[in-house]
Ligand binder design. Structure first.
Ligand code: SF4
Length: 394
């Protein structure tokens, strides 16, 4: 798969808004249990693949009837996330291929990713995913430290990750991504350096890093609010992030976005589309779709979503129209979070001065008309986004 390098984000230009959509996210709702920190749209229940596929089929029909978020005849990327897609059983991706339409996915350029948790990524699942055409697997490993896995509520043990990678490689997957979580509470005594070493020894093509956060609606959020649990210090959070960036760079992974690291040629195309402002479709409960200037999201609760697919239109919960200010803020944020950076061309001198001050503080580097954040800048990306927006009238 050859992808052309994307240019820096031009903030004052409207995002593209072409015809039928070539980037699709599909949400798999089921999980065996809810992790301590998770606020995703998840249904804790035995996975029912047929019901899932029926709901998606109905949603695609409704979208075709509505005629706004219509899938193209050939997709560029399909990303199946969750939830736990690997819990849907061996035949799920072959079923999804039929629901989406074989002709849309049977071409050599498509990037088809499916997420898996190690304990449900069996050899049968891997074989079937390969047959369907999945060519990228994203493994939710998070850590190799057994007490931390237990604390999070994940079901795989320390060996689960190694065995899942062996299975994937054995079935011929040559594009593996691994999710790791950093910033775990200090009392768990998780050894972050050891986790990075273990990860590198598995030689994945791609690594995603996520910092633990305590969302208020989660058991972790409640525990933190009630002082029964404490997040790590800011210092620990920053040290772990910067250590990971260094180790991954030494091992040949490029930091192409704040949380994403890839060996040459393995940056996720699907991720890049979210950040480019191109339109995309999300199918399934809680999934978001975007076509400038409208963003909308499906009903989050799985049962309500399913009931919605039996209605006259798509099972949409709500939508928002992005005004000029929101588009500008979003484009600054999207540009700063990636290696593409933002283009300073056409921006007023105050914005250039602001970028120069970032550079003096080692938060950014400028090359010609483009400014990109450094890893230290990524740690304060939200603040820098607001600063740049203020220079542009926000
Ligand atoms: S496996 Fe993932 S989606 Fe499921 S509950 Fe845990 S964190 Fe949430």
């Amino acid at each position: 798969m050859k992808r052309s390098a994307s240019p820096a984000v031009r903030i004052l230009e409207p995002p593209p808004n072409p015809g039928a959509i070539r980037w699709v996210y599909v949400h798999a709702p089921y999980c065996a249990r809810r992790c301590f920190y998770c606020d995703f749209a998840v249904k804790v229940a035995a996975a029912d693949c047929d019901v899932w596929l029926d709901a998606l089929r109905a949603e695609i029909r409704a979208l075709e009837k509505e005629g706004v978020f219509v899938l193209d005849d050939a997709l560029d990327t399909l990303y199946v996330g969750g939830g736990t897609p690997s819990l849907l059983g061996a035949e799920a991706m072959e079923g999804l291929l039929i629901v989406i339409g074989e002709e849309r996915l049977r071409h050599s350029e498509v990037e088809w990713t499916a997420e898996a948790n190690p304990e449900s990524f069996t050899r049968e699942v891997a074989k079937s995913w390969r047959r369907a055409g999945v060519n990228r697997v994203s493994l939710g490993i998070q850590t190799f430290h057994a007490p931390s896995l237990q604390w999070m509520g994940l079901l795989h043990g320390a060996d689960g990750a190694r065995s899942a990678v062996r299975i994937a490689r054995g079935e011929g997957f040559t594009n593996l991504s691994v999710d790791l979580i950093f910033g775990l509470p200090a009392h768990l005594e998780r050894n972050w350096t050891r986790d990075l070493d273990e990860t590198l020894s598995l030689e994945p093509e791609h690594v995603s890093l996520y910092g633990l956060s305590a969302e208020s609606a989660t058991p972790l959020g409640l525990a933190v609010a009630e002082d029964r649990e404490a997040l790590p210090s800011e210092e620990q959070y920053e040290q772990e992030y910067l250590l990971a960036v260094d180790r991954l760079a030494e091992a040949g992974y490029e930091a192409y976005a704040v949380s994403n690291f890839a060996r040459p040629g393995f940056a996720s195309w699907h991720n890049s589309v979210y950040w480019s402002g191109e339109p995309y479709v999300g199918l399934g409960n809680g999934a978001h779709s975007y076509r400038h200037p409208v963003r909308r999201w499906n009903t989050r609760d799985w049962d309500a979503y399913r009931a919605g697919t039996e209605g006259p239109g798509p099972p949409v919960d709500d939508e928002e129209e992005l005004d000029v200010g929101k588009v500008r803020l979003e484009r600054i944020w999207l540009g700063l979070r990636t290696r593409r950076g933002i283009s300073l061309r056409d921006l007023p001198s105050s914005a250039r001065d602001r970028a120069a001050r970032w550079e003096e503080s080692a938060l950014a580097v400028a090359e010609g008309n483009v400014v990109r954040l450094t890893p230290r800048g990524w740690l304060v990306m939200d603040r820098l986004t607001v600063e740049m927006d203020a220079e542009l009238g926000g």
